[in-house]
Design a protein around this ligand. Structure first.
Ligand code: ARG
Length: 469
């Protein structure tokens, strides 16, 4: 297929006396990754052409031809027949050249009053907006899977840890709800970022706007943008919307990675709190007993590449003078890979969470070790009138004695306990049970099963409401 631009096969080559080398062509081209934006490029071109027609900048016949040509190009792309050419550098020039081949002069008029600079910025924003909406749904699905598991385990007790040392007993439902909170803030961040993504650069042209009587508000309405970018230099050059998206994506992956770390630990036979379904694990080629939690491990690893993409975009932007520079072409691969990684990860995790089997007894046994009831004994003494610091000291001492004897505080007799403090009465034994301890934390945000059930209902209610876009 020959290009429609010029004999030299490039959109701008009349200005040049020699062609670029094959290596330079490959080095500067983006078509093999930005072709991913093709359908958004067509959508934006049609909105632009519609406006050109309404404003009398192109005639109706031209607009009809452009619509017809674009419909065919869309079909060719969708069925994989479109021939992408390196010679035509990027997605924009490839589509425009094909359009001109199909419809002639009307194709050459499409680019009136616009530049690839505002075109590409528009395409990325359209594409990212739809990916953000997709990620919002996937974050909701993951939260629903966590809520289902939390519902089954609103009273299952496991040790809560600080410093990875047994701290105080908590319910497993409560533990899972912590992740629901994290992913719900991630979804909020996506909604917030979407507002700034959803602004229209088209009309900024190369950098300074255009002398044609364009109607940017009309294009914005056609494409579903909330507003137009209000400075042409800024519109074509800044990629802060992509940077903040990558920052939010890095936080999503950070939450995923923390969860992954826990899943890996919980599945270790030394802890044995859970099992992941076989379809998320692999075996070892040498050790027949192994069942490795590969999915959480690889997700933990992939967090690194998403963090890397954020740094790549920040670095890409930091020294660019106004306005557009070719550097910006490098925004796409990090952005695409960030989206792909987050989307795949969230999809897999929702499925994986629904396949978690919980070993309730192992969790309970672990909570019975490590003196997880010590704080509650101190609180008991405080409620009987002792200052907290003194109570802390007495209980610390009793833990030391018990640990030397290899027993738990609850294994001591009343007389032995009273040797630590005469304030201790018979009522201590019911309080020092795991159930007593978790039941007592029944305030908002606490770990008591009643609170967990309440928090689950609140979270479900929140998720059932459509996001505000
Ligand atoms: N492929 C380019 C990019 O992704 C499109 C804009 C090119 N603009 C230019 N002045 N060379 O940024």
């Amino acid at each position: 297929m020959t290009s429609q631009f010029s004999k030299k096969n490039e959109a701008w080559s009349a200005r040049f006396s020699e062609p670029v080398s094959e290596l330079v062509k490959r080095y500067t081209a983006s078509v093999f990754f930005d072709k991913r934006l093709a359908l958004f490029d067509i959508e934006a071109s049609l909105a632009h052409a519609d406006m050109l027609c309404i404003q009398g900048i192109i005639c109706e016949q031209d607009f009809n031809d452009i619509q017809r040509g674009m419909a065919q190009i869309r079909r060719e792309i969708e069925c994989g027949k479109f021939e992408w050419q390196l010679d035509l550098e990027d997605v924009h020039l490839n589509i425009e050249a094909r359009l001109t081949l199909l419809i002639g002069n009307a194709g050459k008029r499409l680019h009136t009053g616009r530049s690839r600079n505002d075109q590409v910025a528009t395409d990325i924003r359209l594409w990212l907006r739809s990916e953000i909406d997709h990620i919002g749904i996937l974050l909701n699905n993951l939260q629903l899977a966590l809520l289902d598991l939390a519902t089954q385990h609103s009273s299952t007790v496991l040790p809560g840890f600080t410093h990875l040392q047994v701290a105080q007993p908590v319910t497993f439902g409560h533990h899972l709800l912590a992740y629901v909170e994290m992913f719900s803030r991630d979804a909020e961040r996506m909604i917030d970022i979407r507002r700034r993504v959803n602004r229209l650069p088209l009309g900024a042209a190369a950098l300074a706007g255009t002398s044609y009587p364009i109607d940017r508000e009309r294009v914005a309405r056609t494409l579903g943008f909330d507003e137009v970018c209000s400075n042409s230099l800024d519109a074509v050059s800044d990629r802060d919307f992509a940077i903040e998206f990558c920052a939010a994506a890095a936080i999503v992956m950070t939450h995923i990675s923390r969860f992954s770390e826990e899943l890996v630990l919980w599945m270790s036979p030394c802890i044995g709190f859970i099992d992941l379904a076989d379809r998320f694990c692999t075996g070892s080629s040498i050790m027949p007993q192994k069942k490795n939690p590969d999915v959480p491990e690889i997700a933990r690893g992939k967090t690194g590449r998403v963090n890397g993409h954020l740094i790549a975009l920040l670095t890409l932007m930091k020294s660019q003078p106004l306005a557009y520079n070719k550097d910006n072409q490098e925004d796409k691969e990090p952005l695409f890979d960030t989206v792909d990684t987050v989307v795949d990860t969230l999809r897999i995790f929702a499925d994986m969470v629904s396949g978690i089997s919980v070993h309730v007894e192992a969790m309970r046994n672990a909570a019975l070790q490590g003196f997880s009831t010590a704080t509650d004994l101190a609180d008991y003494l405080v409620k009987k009138g002792m200052p907290f610091r003194d109570a802390h000291e007495i209980v610390a001492y009793s833990v030391r004695i018990c640990s030397e004897r290899g027993i738990d505080i609850a294994d001591l007799s009343l007389e032995e306990l009273q040797a630590f403090s005469p304030l201790i009465g018979n009522d201590i034994f019911s309080l020092l049970t795991l159930e007593g301890i978790i039941e007592s934390r029944k305030h908002i945000g606490g770990t008591a099963p009643t609170q967990v059930k309440y928090a689950i209902a609140t979270a479900r209610e929140k998720l059932s409401k459509k996001p505000p876009y």
